[in-house]
Design a protein around this ligand. Structure first.
Ligand SMILES: Nc1nc2c(c(=O)[nH]1)N[C@H]1C(S)=C(S)[C@@H](COP(=O)(O)OP(=O)(O)OC[C@H]3O[C@@H](n4cnc5c(=O)[nH]c(N)nc54)[C@H](O)[C@@H]3O)O[C@H]1N2
Ligand SMILES: Nc1nc2c(c(=O)[nH]1)N[C@H]1C(S)=C(S)[C@@H](COP(=O)(O)OP(=O)(O)OC[C@H]3O[C@@H](n4cnc5c(=O)[nH]c(N)nc54)[C@H](O)[C@@H]3O)O[C@H]1N2
Ligand code: SF4
Ligand SMILES: [Mo]
Length: 861
């Protein structure tokens, strides 16, 4: 799996780079819809923004903070400090006022910082007590680091370097992730990657070559759309900071269509709401593709030049026919070039051998790749085979005989593959009436359309197909790459950092394992055919016991197989509760930090506003102390600032004015290449062909798992195709037993499990709730306000029932992120199966079914 270089010293929002290759190369009182509003005409006092009438109190200092949960906003925050204490947070400005926002969470930082659930000191589970029993002893930092280092050494000596694993979550920033990446590489530890939102991302990588980010047009471009089609996007709550862009576009005449099983707040503001059966978006999109063929609505020049539509595909291998296969001269040139490349690669290998096998091998590969022969796919023009880049008017439906192997174009194959998706079939699968479907296709065709895609549709086992199908649909009509025309979720990560920071203390050899594969690895002791006995896990910036699927599997299967678990977090999370050692980490305004990702496409500078509370330390310092235990302290800077200085330096950073000093001085540096950012502008895609590859020549799994795809699996995967969700589907086995599809929604008052114990927010939202349709409640004896138990074979969660016609019959909807301790019993992630699609290797949070009954305390299921 190759990844593009990224910020945060190579750690993107979700995944670590293969660093080795890079080394070479009105707080909630008002309506929710106004709660994230920009404050008008703010007065500027001492460099900070105050609302009119607000005056800073005497001796108050204001520091620049960056709010950085994984809500994609990265709002700039004024951190008001008096007598060494944060007394208030308020909105600070971005250079582009469109991004100057704050929400209830941003306004309640004080209660989050000075909160009882902060981890105050290093804590060790009292010997002899069970994990999760809550028996802790306070230890010193020296003792904590000494124990971590000696455990690491013990396991690495006995079982190899990969026996110690680091798992990350999603609340990431530069110095933290850079520090851990460097340590991981230096000690060859195993990396455990989370698997959140990756189906859409991986599909985008497959067809558009994007690698790891979510590319769509920047949301400031929504005004240019004729219609915004929101697919499973809960914008008013999950991107509250972005909702104003939708509202402003609508005020300018843009129409809003919402495709969502639930009548969301957003749906209530829409011109049209299209309720869809959960997990069936791919069927709708394949139907639309079929309809585009039927209506002869293909944008011929676009698909000829900017997609793989005219490429010939070999019927025997499923791969594109290459010019060297039909032209003797090209075949000879290719052979000569390959021989030269082999020779040069061998020489490079030889030269670097003194630096070790690993480095030499990488040099070999890199030379081979750089000297690869450009063996172009073949198209037919004027009846003869031509190299794709040389054809001006290629035949879109040609057939060709390549020495006895029949070949046909990618477009013909697509057309054939969607032919069965008639309006009647679409209606049957999606529960969308045929006339509504026809209207939707009219909307899709009336360009420019922005398909604002949330993370609902991709949270089913078939979720990768949805984005593959959506991009295909847009590609066919050229609804990509210009203002207002876009498909996808949006999130960018900067590459303008010094990625060699990762490997500054050595290049590692251990694997990256996607968390969903962890149970298999722990039970077999093997990963990807090799020994991988993981004994120790160190968790940072994440809360897998709350956020990963199948909590009971974590509790009963994963954790018991791990001998030592450390969590480094500012808060006493669910995961911390079940650890052996907990390290107190600084909250955001207690440490200097830079973020370089998200929806605003800026590097943002966070000043240290106050000293770390209690005995908290920054991640950088913790890593420094661990490294010191290994005799490598001098290779790991102690302060966050020193780490930032090194990461945010070098040519790439200088080229866009994003060095540490510049980011610090300017508080933000925008890194998107254009403003607004237009994805795939001018029909250029960062794929091998430079085109939209709706036919994927070589579809790969996102990461290695024990579910290796067969040749048949791969053959099916070239084109977007339909298969139902594993569980959340009327005909599934699970659905016969548990008839309700169980969907989560982002909580307005938390970001995942963060802000869970903030008193002001708990007043507004005191306990877990679950929404259901009155029709489903009736037969089950459930009334509004009653405690109910949602359950399936995996687990249960008890919550207060909210009966609402906004919820689709046959489904329940729960706001996620409550800590386990906040439930009467169970927790939401207990219900979520950990099975996954072998190509997407993604957590399918909505592909979950359950039943619900009234709950009587004491009658725990
Ligand atoms: N306040 C807050 N904001 C957040 C977060 C948070 O925890 N709190 N988390 C952040 C993160 S990491 C993420 S990934 C994003 C998520 O951003 P969103 O995906 O916009 O957020 P969700 O609330 O999960 O909304 C998913 C929507 O998909 C719908 N849906 C479910 N199944 C289907 C389906 O099969 N088809 C269609 N068309 N729709 C379906 C649901 O009804 C719901 O409205 O939010 C980010 N923002
Ligand atoms: N049921 C259900 N579960 C879901 C989803 C769903 O739709 N339904 N969605 C999933 C999705 S899309 C996502 S992205 C995940 C999110 O999953 P996680 O990333 O596990 O979510 P958070 O609860 O935000 O955990 C982040 C943790 O990092 C800590 N932290 C913050 N700053 C720092 C720091 O500087 N240093 C250190 N060491 N720690 C820090 C926070 O205190 C917090 O405990 O949840 C997933 N879980
Ligand atoms: S939680 Fe998100 S939207 Fe709210 S202030 Fe923080 S960054 Fe902005
Ligand atoms: Mo997410």
């Amino acid at each position: 799996m190759s990844k593009t270089p990224t910020t945060s010293a190579g750690l993107t929002r979700r995944s670590f780079l293969k660093t080795t290759t890079v080394a070479l190369g009105a707080m909630a009182a008002g309506s929710m819809l106004t709660s994230c509003a920009a404050q008008p005409e703010a007065a500027v006092v001492e460099g900070a923004s105050y609302a009119p009438g607000q005056v800073p109190s005497e001796s108050e200092q204001i520091f620049r903070g960056v709010c950085r949960p994984n809500c994609f906003g990265y709002c700039h925050i004024n951190v008001h400090v008096k007598d060494g204490k944060v007394i208030k947070t308020s909105r600070a400005d971005y250079a582009d006022p469109a991004y100057s926002r704050i929400c209830q969470r941003g306004l309640s930082h004080v209660q989050r910082m000075y909160n009882n659930e902060r981890v105050k000191y290093p804590l060790r589970r009292v010997e002899g007590t069970e994990r999760g029993a809550g028996q802790w002893e306070r230890i010193t930092w020296d003792e904590a680091i000494e124990q971590i280092v000696s455990k690491m050494q013990e396991y690495q000596d006995a079982y190899g370097p990969g026996s110690v694993a680091i798992a990350l979550g999603t609340s990431l920033a530069s110095s933290m992730t850079g520090s851990y990446t460097r340590l991981l590489q230096a000690l060859s530890m195993t990396m455990i990657l989370p698997s959140y939102d990756q189906a859409s991302c991986w599909a985008m990588t497959r067809v558009a070559g994007t690698h790891d980010d979510w590319h769509a047009n920047e949301r400031t471009d929504l005004v240019n759309a004729k219609t915004i089609v929101a697919w499973g996007a809960n914008i008013t709550d999950a991107q509250v900071q972005q909702w104003h862009f939708v509202k402003e576009a609508m005020q300018g005449g843009t129409k809003l269509v919402v495709i969502d099983p639930t009548f969301t707040y957003l749906a209530s503001k829409a011109d049209k709401w299209v309720p869809i059966r959960p997990g069936s978006d791919t069927a709708l999109l394949l139907g639309a593709v079929n309809e585009i063929f039927a209506r002869d609505a293909i944008n011929v020049p676009y698909v000829q030049q900017h997609t793989v539509a005219p490429f010939l595909v070999r019927s025997d291998t499923g791969r594109f026919l290459r010019y060297s296969e039909v032209n003797a001269e090209a075949a000879a040139a290719k052979a000569a070039q390959e021989a030269a490349a082999q020779k040069a690669a061998a020489a490079a290998r030889e030269e670097l051998l003194p630096q070790g096998e690993l480095v030499a091998g990488m040099a070999y590969q890199s030379v081979l790749e750089s000297m690869a022969y450009d063996d172009q796919p073949v198209v037919i023009q004027g009846g003869v085979p031509v190299e794709a880049s040389k054809a001006t008017d290629p035949d879109l439906y040609a057939t060709f005989d390549a020495s006895g192997v029949p070949c046909t174009t990618a477009l013909s194959l697509l057309k054939e593959s969607v032919a069965s998706f008639t309006p009647a079939k679409v209606a049957q699968l999606t529960d969308i009436p045929e006339d509504t479907f026809a209207e939707l296709v009219d909307v899709f065709l009336d360009q420019p359309v922005t398909h604002y895609v949330g993370y609902g549709p991709q949270a089913y086992a078939n979720g990768l197909q949805t984005t593959h199908a959506g991009m295909t649909m847009c590609g066919l009509i050229g609804n990509l790459g210009y203002p207002g025309a876009s498909y996808g979720s949006y999130w960018l990560t900067s590459t303008a950092t010094d990625v060699t920071y990762n490997v500054g203390a050595g290049i590692g050899t251990s694997p990256m394992i996607i968390d969903l594969e962890l149970p298999e690895v722990l039970s077999t002791g093997k990963f990807n055919g090799k020994d991988c006995p993981i004994k120790m896990l160190y968790v940072f910036a994440g809360n897998p016991l709350n956020c990963s699927p199948d909590t009971n599997r974590w509790l009963n299967d994963i954790l018991p197989k791990l001998e030592f678990v450390v969590t480094a977090d500012p808060m006493m999370t669910d995961t911390a509760c079940y650890s052996d050692l907990v390290l107190p980490v600084c909250q955001w305004f207690e440490v200097e930090q830079i973020t370089g990702m998200g929806e605003t496409a800026c590097f943002n500078y966070n000043e240290k506003a106050v000293d770390p509370l209690y005995e908290s330390k920054s991640d950088a310092e913790i890593v420094h102390l661990i490294a010191q235990g290994f005799g490598m302290g001098d290779l790991f800077p102690k302060t966050s600032g020193e780490v930032l200085q090194q990461i945010h330096s070098g040519e790439a950073a200088e080229a866009i004015g994003a060095t540490y000093e510049q980011i610090k001085a300017n508080k933000e540096v925008r890194f998107a290449p254009t403003n607004p950012y237009i994805a795939f502008e001018g029909g250029t895609f960062p794929t091998a062909s430079g085109r939209l590859e709706f036919y994927a020549e070589d579809p790969q799994p996102r990461g290695a798992t024990h579910l290796a795809p067969t040749a048949e699996d791969v053959a099916l995967e070239h084109l977007p195709h339909w298969f139902p969700p594993i569980h959340a589907w009327p005909e599934s086995e699970s659905c016969q037993k548990y008839p309700l599809v169980c969907m989560s929604e982002r909580p307005r008052y938390r970001v995942h499990s963060q802000w869970h114990s903030v008193p002001a927010l708990r007043e507004l939202d005191p306990e877990p709730t679950v929404k259901m349709n009155p029709a489903d409640a009736q037969g089950r004896g459930i009334e509004s306000g009653m405690y109910v138990e949602c359950f399936n074979d995996l687990g249960h969660a008890v919550a207060k029932a909210v009966l609402s016609n906004a919820v689709r019959p046959g489904t329940v909807v729960y706001p996620k992120g409550w800590h386990r301790t906040q439930f009467k019993a169970g927790s939401w992630s207990e219900l979520i199966p950990g099975d996954f699609d072998k190509f997407a290797v993604n957590s399918s949070f909505m592909d979950t079914v359950c039943d619900v009954c009234p709950w009587n305390e004491g009658s725990d299921k």
